[in-house]
Design a protein around this ligand. Structure first.
Ligand code: PMP
Length: 441
């Protein structure tokens, strides 16, 4: 295949990208034969690596039978089996599964289910969904209204309902000790203050990424934070929604990140690693009481045409089976610790790395102009694109974002697939050091 000269596709403003030809394991090749190490699993998607033969075989088997059955016309075996598997992996009481085709759709589903639940139990005054700044919950207008990421949301402000936001727990910027439970309480109490200011009777839900992803770069909450958030939501009868679109599916070393703190949300959404890039798939998992009330009150007024199609579900099932068969949760934890240790070591070599954070294989480092003040790099030397481009030229793909709590900053997510071996960690580090050396010059 020849590289196309002119493309009719448009995405964002970055320049042309290599044309993808093949992908295997943690590597990808373009049509000119250049090899890239997929250091961010796409966008934290391809958790079990590319072209897993067992998954492909399961999908081929399903394709030979049927690729689509509209959910209001047919139930399908892959959807039923996958729903029971998801329910078994989800926290106790969350047994009702609603399939979608991506993360934004999953978030939309959660907020609409929450609203319908409030109506069905006679609490129609509740409609506000509190979220955090920074955060990312999706690009559709409902999910975007919850997103704390000014450059993405601002143009659409007049078209969206303004929703209350509290600061994310950026202890590393605020000089607070993340291991001190007082820090967790300090940030969690901001939720209670916000609820009181908004009027508790008007608040429907609080949505949180257990570990901040695209917007805050693998932001792990301080000790006690998630537990206190749960208590506050229960106290005020507010639904707690965990947005595990990025963390769900095992990347942090547990299938769901909420397990690290032993907290259960009322509604849980996940997507990216669910089908790990083999098909568009996401899910909302909700507490039985919520779904029972909504169904008893006339049904859930919501749904996407492609939701739960048997091909995507066959991929999702096979991906979960591969995670279990290959022990990938344990590998993500083990290899993630090694990678984090190496990344932390970079702080000795490069004074412009201000922080290294994350859990399992959801890891990030942040570039600053001064580690003492944690001031970001000036805009004109922003690393946002430059380091990514240098890494590209060295055959390493890393994911970057330019935003953080209130300030502008550059962070880079280093999140290779969960199948990454210890020797491949060495390879990632060698490519990263080569790229950072060039960036420094
Ligand atoms: N929530 C979170 C936490 C995400 O990371 C993302 C995607 N980055 C989304 C929602 C939206 O997912 P999608 O792009 O699949 O719509």
């Amino acid at each position: 295949m020849k590289k196309a000269r002119q493309s009719h596709l448009f995405y964002q403003s970055h320049g042309r990208r290599p044309v993808l030809d093949q992908a295997r394991g943690i590597y990808m090749w373009d049509v000119d034969g250049n090899r890239f190490l997929d250091g961010s699993s796409g966008a934290m998607v391809c958790n079990i690596g590319h072209s897993n033969e067992t998954v492909l075989e399961a999908m081929r088997r399903q394709m030979d039978k049927s690729t689509f059955g509209y959910r209001l016309h047919f139930e399908t075996e892959p959807a039923e089996l996958l729903a029971s598997k998801v329910a078994a992996l989800s926290p106790e009481g969350l047994d009702k599964v609603f399939f979608v085709s991506g993360g934004s759709e999953a978030v939309e589903s959660a907020i609409k289910l929450a609203r319908q639940y409030a109506l069905s139990i006679g609490q129609g005054k509740r409609w506000k969904v509190i979220s955090r700044f920074p955060s990312y919950h999706g690009c559709t207008l409902g999910a975007l209204a919850l997103t704390g990421y000014t450059s993405l949301t601002q143009p659409f402000d007049p078209m969206m309902q303004e929703m209350p936001k509290i600061p994310a727990p950026t202890a590393y910027l605020d000089g607070r000790d993340p291991d001190d439970p007082a820090t967790g309480r300090y940030y969690a109490d901001m939720l209670e203050t916000c609820i009181q200011e908004e009027g508790p009777e008007s608040v429907l839900a609080f949505i949180v990424e257990p570990i901040g992803g695209a917007s805050s770069g693998a932001l792990v909450p301080p000790a006690g934070y998630m537990e206190r958030i749960r208590e506050i939501c229960t106290e005020y009868n507010i639904l707690l929604i965990h947005d595990e679109v990025m963390t769900g599916g095992g990347r942090t070393g547990r299938f769901f990140a909420g397990e690290h703190w032993g907290v259960s949300p009322d509604i849980l959404v996940f997507s990216k690693g669910f089908s790990a890039g083999y098909a568009p798939l996401g899910a909302m998992v909700a507490h039985n009481d919520i779904v029972d009330a909504v169904l008893a009150d006339g049904g859930f007024l919501h749904g996407f045409t492609y939701a739960g199609n048997p091909l995507a579900c066959s991929a999702g099932l096979a991906v979960i089976e591969q995670i279990e068969a290959q022990g990938l949760l344990a590998n993500a934890e083990k290899v993630g610790d090694i990678l984090k240790h190496h990344l932390s070591g970079l702080m000795e070599r490069y004074s412009f790395i201000g922080d290294v954070r994350g859990m399992g294989l959801l890891l990030a480092f942040e570039l600053v102009s001064d580690r003492e003040t944690m001031q970001p790099l000036p805009r004109e030397i922003s690393a946002f694109n430059r380091l990514v481009e240098i890494a590209y030229s060295n055959g390493l793909i890393i994911y970057s974002r330019r935003t953080r709590g209130g300030l502008e900053g550059d962070h880079f997510l280093v999140c290779p697939p969960m199948i990454t071996s210890e020797s491949q960690v060495e390879e990632i580090m060698a490519l990263l050091v080569k790229s950072l050396d060039t960036f420094e010059r």
